[in-house]
Design a protein around this ligand. Sequence first.
Ligand SMILES: Cc1cc2nc3c(=O)[nH]c(=O)nc-3n(C[C@H](O)[C@H](O)[C@H](O)COP(=O)(O)O)c2cc1C
Length: 180
Amino acid sequence: MSNPTLLTISGALRKGSHNRMLLAEAAQAFGPADVIEADLNLPLYDGDLEAAEGIPSSVQTLANQITNADAIVISAPEYNKGISGVLKNALDWVSRVEGMAFKDKPTVVIAASAGRTGGETAHFMTHSCLTQLQAHLLPGPSVLVAGAMNEFDADGRLTNEHYLHTLTIRMQALRAISGQ
Ligand SMILES: Cc1cc2nc3c(=O)[nH]c(=O)nc-3n(C[C@H](O)[C@H](O)[C@H](O)COP(=O)(O)O)c2cc1C
């Protein structure tokens, strides 16, 4: 049987992002897979741009990656007690593409943030948006990495056993439901 395709989506763009590190850890916990990292460096959603030029190619690429994925994991940073603009913009664009890319797609949301709650509000908001997009959100214990700047080593690996354990449970459940 071929490897499943796992799409990882980080709500932060920066290279040193803790959410990107968490996603790398999630991919390891998922097991053998063709891992694709989504690029959320998209134009800002603008109805005039959409009317004039249609769906931008970068958005169409993202929608195709979502459609073709067997499983998706999204990591959400928290900005001002909410979802990052980067992630919300991407979800808004994808919702404008024909075909409802997220519909029934096995999806897990995780989060890493500097604060004490690990981005719980951003996690909740991401779930709320994905419900509207009819993603198949897996229930389970939340992975909310608090004080993220202290939880990864110099190689970007998650050091906290508790987070690793919960992440592994979530990713194994995602693998099981992705039909592979
Ligand atoms: C504009 C902005 C707003 C932020 N607001 C919050 C917040 O509400 N809660 C929180 O825990 N951290 C907040 N932070 C800190 C982020 O959690 C921290 O920068 C985190 O590392 C971002 O994720 P990243 O490492 O994946 O880039 C904020 C950071 C920025 C830049």
